[in-house]
Ligand binder design. Structure first.
Ligand SMILES: [Zn+2]
Ligand SMILES: [Zn+2]
Length: 449
């Protein structure tokens, strides 16, 4: 028996082990760990335990030996299995993609207000970037500087103190070649509101104003780095005398309130993975990793980069994030909680679930179930809930997690690989996708109505 017995023909599983990233880590990760302190800690900072955790989870992602869900067609009884995924953002290419998509759906369904939005980017000069590599706590602080610079400008321009836009800010650490380049991406409402729910249009903002925000941002970043003892007053003075400060603020064009597609594209863009699997290749014989950038790289004077394996692992693992999206102003949790209490915002979905109204509840949970299917379809490229044999409804019938059961089933299907690793034993989260239905503790079965 072979894999065809596990999947109906159309259900080709993704092959995580065949990707260049998997092969690279499989052959070089242990060596990388052993030489890290000696070879890389000076340039990339102290070893971070989160790297081991994420890489180990990634190496188990999509591998049936670490558990799977059984999915069955209610009409014809056809059955297939789907391996658990690692859910690691910022490293595992397929899970990162799913997380971005999930964020885009969450923002669209539950957060965005019906007002125009705008994409903003704040970046820092080359000379200061390494501080953020060696001191990760500075990354969320960089977001705060960006937010403060914007709100100081707004309060002055509107001549009001207690009005705020809604902001979703993401600290990003990578440039086009997966090089270290800390900056802040944001989606900001192109309107402000006060605590009573009154809306104020965003003030007219020209390029001189954006330059002013840039200056405010530079000042706040310098202040932060001085307070943290990272830089000296002399350096600040010196950098302030430069013609081009190296700080930059980019303000994108306004996205109309009804333009859901552009908003979704941007939501996915600001939370995207640091590197793309499609652009990476690994040659085991010549021991080279080639990464093709999206654009021409001015410093390298070409649009691709060649690294030796350990160097490339150091580079991509440096982007494994600790903190993700941060919500500010009218999009902050505190603000939204207060608005709900005041009855300005509709009750949040988790509260709908405890609502006695059956109609409200079932329509909401049906929508989430459909989204679950959409997510699967988009990311795994299969319509997981539609039977490929008869087109009938499929449902998850169980999750197989116990090592002895996994072993028995895989042996029976002739899919067991002996001896099994595991790299570092880790508790596998019960998946797939339990957390796309946030209020359900366990997912007994999922059907599409
Ligand atoms: Zn069927
Ligand atoms: Zn994964």
């Amino acid at each position: 028996m072979g894999a065809c017995c596990v999947y109906p023909d159309e259900y080709k599983p993704r092959q995580p082990k065949s990707t260049p990233l998997f092969r690279l880590l499989d052959t070089h990760y242990e060596e990388f760990r052993n030489v890290y302190d000696e070879r890389f800690s000076k340039r990339y900072g102290f070893w971070r335990p989160v790297v081991d955790e994420v890489v180990t989870k990634y190496r188990q992602c999509g591998d049936f030996h670490y558990g799977f869900a059984r999915i069955r067609c209610k009409e014809c009884g056809a059955e297939y299995r789907r391996a658990f995924s690692c859910k690691c953002r910022g490293f595992c290419p397929s899970c990162s993609k799913r997380k971005s998509l999930d964020l885009a759906i969450f923002l669209e369904e539950e957060l965005f207000r019906p007002v125009p939005h705008r994409h903003w980017v704040w970046s820092v000069p080359k000379m200061l970037r390494l501080h953020f590599l060696h001191h990760r706590k500075l990354l969320p602080m960089l977001c705060r500087c960006a937010w403060h610079a914007l709100t100081i400008f707004l309060h002055e321009a509107l001549d009001r103190m207690n009005v705020f836009p809604g902001g979703i800010l993401v600290p990003q650490t990578f440039g086009g070649m997966a090089n270290w380049n800390p900056h802040v991406h944001a989606l900001i409402t192109d309107a402000c509101c006060d605590r009573n729910g009154n809306i104020f249009p965003f003030p007219e903002t020209g390029s001189a104003d954006v330059h002013g925000i840039e200056k405010l941002f530079a000042g706040l970043v310098f202040k932060m780095l001085l307070e943290e003892g990272m830089i000296s007053e002399e350096l600040v003075e010196n950098m302030n005398s430069w013609k081009h400060s190296g700080f930059s603020v980019h303000r994108g064009s306004s996205i109309k309130a009804e333009d859901e597609d552009s908003r979704k594209t941007l939501s996915e863009y600001i939370s995207r993975a640091p590197f793309s699997l499609e652009r990476m290749s690994f040659n085991e014989d010549s021991k080279n990793v080639v990464y093709r950038g999206e654009h021409f790289h001015p410093t390298l004077a070409r649009n691709f980069d060649v690294s030796e394996p350990l160097e490339w692992i150091a580079r991509i693992t440096s982007h494994i994030p600790k903190k993700g999206t941060i919500y500010y102003g009218a999009y902050s949790q505190a603000w939204r909680g207060r608005e709900r209490r005041q009855g300005i915002l509709p009750t949040k979905p988790t509260e709908l679930e405890t609502d006695t109204s059956e109609e409200v509840r079932s329509s909401y949970s049906r929508r989430r179930r459909q989204e679950w299917a959409v997510l699967l379809k988009k990311v795994w490229d299969v319509d997981a809930l539609k039977c490929p044999k008869c087109g009938g409804q499929m449902k998850v019938v169980s999750f197989i997690e116990q090592p002895s059961v996994i072993r028995r089933i895989l042996k029976h299907l002739d899919l067991w690989e002996d001896p099994r690793p595991p790299p570092i034993p880790l508790e596998m989260v019960c998946e797939p996708d339990a957390d796309y239905i946030p209020w359900q503790d366990d997912v007994p079965e999922i059907e599409v109505g």
